[in-house]
Design a protein around this ligand. Structure first.
Ligand code: RFL
Ligand code: PHB
Length: 395
């Protein structure tokens, strides 16, 4: 039997960042993860960090390489009806910006910091179960190399993503789920080619949405809206590049440098929130509690937002005896989550092609694009959300 203060289930960005911040605050943690570190690092996901996320990574002491290699972006670009519309993020938000630094690199830095500390992480666990979350002595059991293990703790952080056990171990009658599944997916391609444009491009096209993103000055990440029925095997690199070019204005299509894909995958789009985000001593964090469609670049940033609140609340509990803050986690986290859900939903609506929309709804979508992208007020509301809304103070 093991003992710790906080058991963290899942070594994705949420679990590792929470673990690092708590470790720095002198709070003991155990992280357990189902996969291997290599598997976790092999998942190509988010690319954009809000400045609040960047600050949190600095606070966690894992920002050295990010500050050296990450690219600060002061703007993004939108395209519709072939028209390019720059959105000067910094100008519209009193100097705020975002950073291009991939989730893979964030995770790698966090894993390295964890390895260099004496805080334990156990990879390759199975049969994870949460016990007595409502009591004063919650525990977690799991199997590792055929051996049954049990850890007693004060708190459990469910950082195990959308398909994890944490949310599923809460009785159905005390939670409420809100969900909307989108009728299309994103086909993503990663390649060691220079990005087609210095800034990210979000483009609406009648053949479907396109995102031109990047990981560095020499690595690009592109996404195409595709029907849910689409199989990744049907997309050769050649077909991907040809489709991408067909959805970009001529001058950009001509500039596009193509190459071998390092990774190609299709992700379905989902909006999901569970309320509340806690059950007794169990706190849900990140994708375990909410999913956004990637159009607003909010998934990883909302995970960091939850970590920001939970880390502060737990530190206040251990260092200052503030038991009152524990019950505030869910509401604090959800206030910001719902705003992120709203923005992600809005961006997805604005930019994608919806086959089954009525003619009237299509006209509304078109008018939305004209309004938001042609007025300073419209652009400002997009910019303010894109760079990230402020965190509330904790206690
Ligand atoms: P993660 O990253 O899913 O990590 C959860 C970890 O928990 C482990 N796990 C378990 N461990 C122990 N016991 C169990 N029973 C377990 N069950 C699961 C898993 O193996 C995993 O290591 O959640 P976390 O940490 O909350 O981080 C959230 C972010 O990963 C997520 O919000 C973003 O990646 C979402 N997302 C994107 N966000 C963006 O902002 N921009 C993007 O471009 C973007 N692309 C994506 C994405 C998510 C995707 N998914 C989930 C399919 C693309 C994809 C394909
Ligand atoms: C990415 O680079 O993977 C990325 C960037 C911005 C988004 C979504 C994904 O909105």
């Amino acid at each position: 039997m093991m003992k710790t203060q906080v058991t963290i289930i899942g070594a994705g960005p949420s679990g590792l960042l929470l673990g690092q911040l708590l470790h720095k605050a002198g709070i003991r943690t155990l992280i357990i993860e189902r996969q291997t570190p290599e598997y976790v690092l092999g998942r190509i996901r988010a690319g954009i960090l809000e400045s609040g996320t960047v600050d949190l990574l600095r606070e966690a002491g894992v920002a050295k390489r990010m500050d050296r290699e990450g690219l600060i972006h002061h703007g993004v670009e939108f395209i519709f009806d072939g028209k390019r519309i720059p959105v000067p993020l910094s100008e519209l938000t009193d100097g705020k910006n975002v950073m291009v630094y991939g989730q893979t690199e964030v995770t790698r830095d966090l894993m390295q910091a964890r390895n260099e500390s004496d805080a334990p992480t156990i990879y390759g666990v199975s049969q994870v179960m949460i016990h007595d979350a409502k009591s004063d002595r919650p525990s977690v059991t799991f199997e590792k190399d055929g051996e049954h293990c049990r850890v007693e703790c004060d708190f459990i952080a469910g950082c195990d993503g959308f398909h994890g056990v944490s949310r599923q171990s809460i009785p159905r009658d005390v939670i409420r789920e809100y969900e909307s599944v989108w009728p299309f997916g994103w086909l993503g391609l990663l390649a060691d080619t220079p990005p087609v444009n210095p800034e990210l491009i979000y483009a609406h096209h009648q053949r479907g949405f396109v995102l031109c993103s990047q990981r560095s000055l020499t690595r690009s990440r592109y996404y195409l809206q595709v029907p849910l029925s689409e199989q990744v095997e049907a997309w050769s690199d050649e077909r991907f590049w040809a489709e991408l070019k067909s959805r970009l204005p001529h001058e950009l299509a001509e500039k596009l440098v193509t190459g071998h894909s390092l990774e190609k995958s299709i992700a379905p789009l989902r909006s999901y929130v569970v309320e509340p985000m806690q059950y007794g001593k169990l706190f849900l964090v990140g994708d375990a509690a909410h999913i956004v469609p990637p159009t607003g670049a909010k998934g990883l940033n909302l995970a960091a937002s939850d970590v920001n609140y939970l880390w502060r609340i737990l530190t206040q509990y251990y260092h200052a005896g503030r038991t009152d803050l524990l019950a505030r986690y869910s509401q604090l986290a959800l206030n910001r989550v719902w705003k992120g859900e709203r923005f992600s939903w809005f961006m997805t609506h604005l930019l994608h092609d919806f086959q089954d929309k009525s003619e009237f709804d299509r006209k509304m979508q078109e008018a939305d694009r004209h309004y938001y992208l042609e007025s300073v007020a419209g652009l400002t509301t997009i910019a303010e959300n894109y760079v990230g809304l402020p965190f509330e103070n904790v206690g």
